[in-house]
Design a binder for this molecule. Structure first.
Ligand code: ATP
Ligand code: MG
Ligand code: MG
Ligand code: MG
Length: 447
């Protein structure tokens, strides 16, 4: 309704009578005063209802009835409130609404999420309502800012957005994590990544990016795996791996800076340590080879605080190893040049050292672990043909991909950032499930 003012804009209306469309998030008061905590999605705000004022305005009978109605409003009743915006330094918003009228739009009884503590499964069962809470709103604001900053960043960097298909006939990542669906009698798979298609787009348009949902049948319960998540992928022709790392670093700094610049109220609600975030913007990221990381891990495996298991060169890093390394350097850290065997088939073999690939995972600090996987792509037609054979991939499904190596192949590289991983890290949250509006995990597809 066009005469309603958003709570976020009330500071522009000091002294004016305005109308707000909102929900009653909480209520308190005694005697002649009632305080309503209003929520309209843009912010939270306090409205003050003063009984004598209503009586003065509407007369004894109507004024009293209005006050009684307000006194009995229950949590999440939707209302249109009319009142005068007043500056008030005692209120944490700096402003208050001095209520002159209130109209109930939709009633609400026995709202299940009360101010008391609830278990996380209960909250997830009520995710459609849980989203209304202050903390969840703060996380969604950060999510929105990261998405906004992503488009801005890649546009500034001269990229165009290319949407890659969700329904795919073959896999690019771990085939044990594919969701298979019936496509008119033939099996096809939900996208685990748009990468192979993005490579085609890079050969067509140079610098491209992609933002879309991806699906992985993650069978174990962890704090950082969803079965449906959103990935931001970048690919560019003639982009060396070094240049890719520079771009990744600039991009991650850009989204953190966006959140620092535009999401201060959310970061406050989340109690996020903003000096740390600022440090990640200001200081260069660390770059270290996988082999060196293994040595560091082995060196510290008997330290008193060490919680990870012994690791050998050739093993993939587990979450506790990643956590250790990201804490070790105190800034986001690129772990580069993993062994060929534990990485995806399309990564370029290191020149003169084919047991390793030209790749990097970006580990977020504070124990958050991998947020980006990236690499230079293998462009040698013969090497790639052999790899596809060795990996037992269905060759016919990759003929189109091999065409990219046949018709004007050029060196190229790219990366994928898990949006929810980035949100979890930037918000300082513990679990990835709160970083997406409706999380899907091994034991949850509802609501
Ligand atoms: P992990 O080692 O944590 O399982 P991955 O190496 O399998 O991740 P990639 O294939 O490199 O992941 O995908 C690129 C990015 O997508 C990852 O760096 C991560 O940020 C994100 N990602 C991967 N799997 C998931 C998941 N199940 N849920 C949320 N984000 C994910
Ligand atoms: Mg994985
Ligand atoms: Mg990984
Ligand atoms: Mg990875």
């Amino acid at each position: 309704m066009k005469d309603l003012i958003s709570i976020i804009d009330v500071d522009k209306h000091v002294g004016e009578t305005i109308k707000i469309g909102a929900w009653v998030a909480d209520k308190s008061g005694k005697g002649k005063l009632q305080f309503l905590q209003l929520r309209d999605g843009t912010a939270f705000f306090q409205a003050v209802v003063f009984k004598p004022q209503l009586i003065e305005k509407y007369g004894e009978e109507v004024g009293l009835a209005k006050f009684e109605e307000i006194k009995h409003l229950s949590q999440e009743t939707s209302v249109i409130v009319t009142g005068v915006v007043k500056e008030d330094t005692r209120s944490k918003f700096g402003f208050e609404l001095d209520v002159t009228d209130l109209e109930v739009i939709g009633t609400s009884h026995d709202y299940p999420i009360t101010p008391k503590e609830h278990g996380v499964e209960f909250l997830l069962d009520h995710r459609h309502l849980w989203l209304r809470s202050k903390k969840q709103q703060a996380i969604m604001m950060v999510r929105n800012e990261i998405i906004r900053a992503t488009y801005e960043f890649f546009n500034k960097e001269g990229h165009i957005k290319i949407d890659t298909p969700i329904l795919q006939a073959s896999s690019a990542e771990d085939s044990t994590e594919l969701f298979e669906i019936d496509y008119f009698g033939q099996p096809v798979y939900l996208s685990q990544t748009g990468q192979l298609y993005l490579e085609a787009a890079a050969m067509a348009y140079g610098k491209v990016f992609n933002f879309g949902p991806v699906f992985r049948a993650e069978k174990s319960k962890t704090r950082r795996h969803l079965t449906e998540f959103w990935m931001i992928e970048q690919e560019a022709a003639f982009q060396t791996h070094e240049e890719s790392l520079d771009l990744q670093e600039a991009y991650v700094k850009y989204i953190i800076k966006g959140v620092l610049d535009y999401c201060q109220p959310s970061l406050e609600v989340l109690e996020r340590d903003t000096t740390l975030l600022q440090k990640y913007v200001d200081e260069p990221f660390k770059r270290v080879r996988y082999d060196e990381v293994i040595s560091i891990l082995q060196e510290h495996e008997n330290d008193e605080e060490t919680v990870y298991e012994h690791i050998e060169a050739g093993d993939d890093l587990g979450a506790p190893h990643e956590a250790f390394i990201s804490n070790y350097f105190g800034v986001p850290t690129f772990v580069m040049n993993y062994p060929t065997e534990i990485k995806a088939f399309y990564m370029k073999r290191e020149p003169g050292n084919p047991s390793h690939v030209v790749c990097a995972d970006l580990l977020a600090p504070e124990g958050y672990g991998e947020i980006i996987g990236g690499s230079e792509r293998e462009v040698d037609y013969d090497v790639l043909t052999q790899v596809i054979k060795d990996w037992n991939l269905t060759e016919e499904e990759y003929t189109w991909y091999m065409d990219l190596r046949k018709f004007g192949s050029v060196p190229h590289s790219g990366f994928g950032l898990g949006l929810e991983r980035a949100i979890t890290f930037i918000t300082g949250n513990e679990h990835i499930r709160e970083a997406i509006p409706f999380p899907r995990m091994i034991n949850r597809v509802r609501p």
